[in-house]
Ligand binder design. Sequence first.
Ligand code: ATP
Ligand code: MG
Length: 749
Amino acid sequence: MIKRLELENWRSHARTVFDFKKGTNVIVGRMGAGKSSAMDALCYALYGTYPSLQQKKLKLDDVIRYGENKAKVLLLFEKDGDEYQIKRIIERGKGNTYSELKKGSTIIEAPQTKRVTENIVKILGMSYDMFTKAVYSEQNNLEYFLDIPKGKRREKIDELLNINKFEVARKNLNVLIRNLKVKKESRRELEKYSEDLEKIPKIKNEIMELKNRFEQNEKQISELQLKLNEHKKKQEEISLNRELYERLKDAISNKQGALEAIRERLREKPEKSEEELRKEVQEVEEAVKQLEELKAELKGKMEVRKKAELKKFELKSEIERIPSIDVDAELEELKKEISVVEKEIAELESSYVLLSKENSELEENIQKLMHAEEKCPVCGAELSVEKANELAKEKRKRIEENEGRLKEIKVKIEVAKDKRKSLEKKVNDLEQERRRQDKKELLVKQLAEAEEELSGYETEIQKLKQEFNVISKGRGIEELKERRESLVKALEFYENQKMLIKTENELRQLNDELKKVKYSKEVEEEVYNKIKELETKLTALNVENSSLVKQIEDRKEMLQELEKIRKEVEKGREELSFLDEMIESFDILSNVLSKTQGIIREKFTNETNEALKHFWKKIYPYADFTSLRLGIDDAGDYILQLERNGEWINVEGISSGGERTTACLCLRIALASVLAGNLSWLVLDEPTHNLDRQAIRELAQTLREGFSGLVEQIFVITHEEELKEAATASLYMLDRDKEENGATKILLD
Ligand SMILES: Nc1ncnc2c1ncn2[C@@H]1O[C@H](COP(=O)(O)OP(=O)(O)OP(=O)(O)O)[C@@H](O)[C@H]1O
Ligand SMILES: [Mg+2]
């Protein structure tokens, strides 16, 4: 039972305290007085939310009274003999900052909103969902049931009854059963292998036999292998001996061949002894050496002589080219002639100078006579012009004569000079000739020297030739060389004699060694054949054994595979019986679930219909509809129906607004009494909407009397004065100055 609700700064409430009692509590007041706010606060105190908040129609801040920063709700209730107190504080901008739950005077949970709510749900045994659907009918939400779309109602009611989980569980179970059946099938299939499993002991026996055979063979193989090894060792020794034997045989036959050849070469014995031959070889070689040296020297000398001869020849021919002339006498003569001509030239030139001088003096005198003033310029005597002219004339005649002579002298000088020139040229030529002669003299001298040199060479050559003849004794170098060859050849005889002895010794040694070697071709062949025989046997045994190994492996694999299958089959059989049990149990469980769901639904419908019938009669003031029920439509969903003349009519679509409201109100009350039976509270906010006076009166009557024993505590919120009549517990009249945005006041309680 809710005992007290205290509001502080909650919407229009500044501070309001409600004390509620068992029975019908009524809060009446005009529009906006703060009635619904009080019921919202009640819901908030219990669950930390209420429908408008939950649906986000408003924010938590909006519930704090305008101008205030903190709202507080306090609720006191009694459940199963215990008293509980809930306190919740909301701060602007911070949300619900404090929640507290007390049992008696002990705080049992604080300060977390969620934890407090969880505790309350446990104490009340009712979720927020159930509370808002079955207990708390908000304003304008009376017709909640009819507002659920058709086909969805059963689902919603199942949710309220908490039997929707049965459905989910049943579906899951069916999936599980299907899966188990599939599994069972696969296990059953394993049975087809059971025939194969019978082969297991036979295969085991076969493996044993094969293993025995394999071991026997292995024993034989190791024995044979030992023998083979012995024989191989023997064979190795024999083969070493054979190699040695063959090598010696080859060497002996080679030596014998060599001996034969040496003997052949020893058939002719030279006349001279080895010593004589060696001496002669030495002499011949010495002579050859000396002769070759002389030959080279001679060759050199002859070349030098050839060069000297060439030089002699050149000198001779150059000398011959210059003829012998005596130039000195002629040169003397010419020099004398030149000095005569030069003397003549000198005399002519001095006469020329004297005459020229005379002429210029005469010229001067003539000039003076021309300008003389009756006096002789020479002697100073009195001189007439005529005399002067005469004198001048004489003088001029003299000049003319002189000039004639000057011309003659000049010609003579020229002639003399020409002569001198030609004489000088001749001298020149002769002097040149003189130099050629000098050169010839030099060449002659050189020629003499060359001839002397040549004769020197000649002597030397003669000497060398003589020496050559002495050494060669009339034999040529080639001849000597041939001689040496034949001597060397003759000497080979003595070499071969020595070789013969050496080779005979070696042969003897080889024969001795051969005698020591032990080798027999027959024994070698015998050993070889034995080895072949042993190897053939071993190969055959090994081949057989590897095939045995494979056969054993194959059988083992088969056995493994069969063992695996055997385990699977055994496991499958165990699982099969387990699966059968499970499927059976799950089938039962699924049926139980489905049946239980049906039973609960049936029980719910029956109880609800009982309540509906009861309340309908109480609330509805007219006689046309006699009963109300929750029917089932063709699709198996719930439908609200009214009874008229024994016929059931759907409320939706047909009934009037008032009839509809009454039906829904009735359903609400019924649901609260059936679903929230353990709580037994009912909140109705404005239930009279659409109802006429008569109906309101009937409702007031019902609320007042009709719930005793059905619902413990009812809260009616209304603006309808007439419903005051319904109050059997507390009655509150609320009001507030809306113009001034005043706080809610309690006018009467
Ligand atoms: N935070 C707030 N502070 C102050 N006043 C508020 C606040 N929130 C809402 N109100 C006002 O509080 C008043 C009370 O509203 P409420 O719904 O409780 O009225 P009511 O009595 O149920 O009215 P009606 O009969 O019309 O349903 C309204 O007039 C509303 O404007
Ligand atoms: Mg209201």
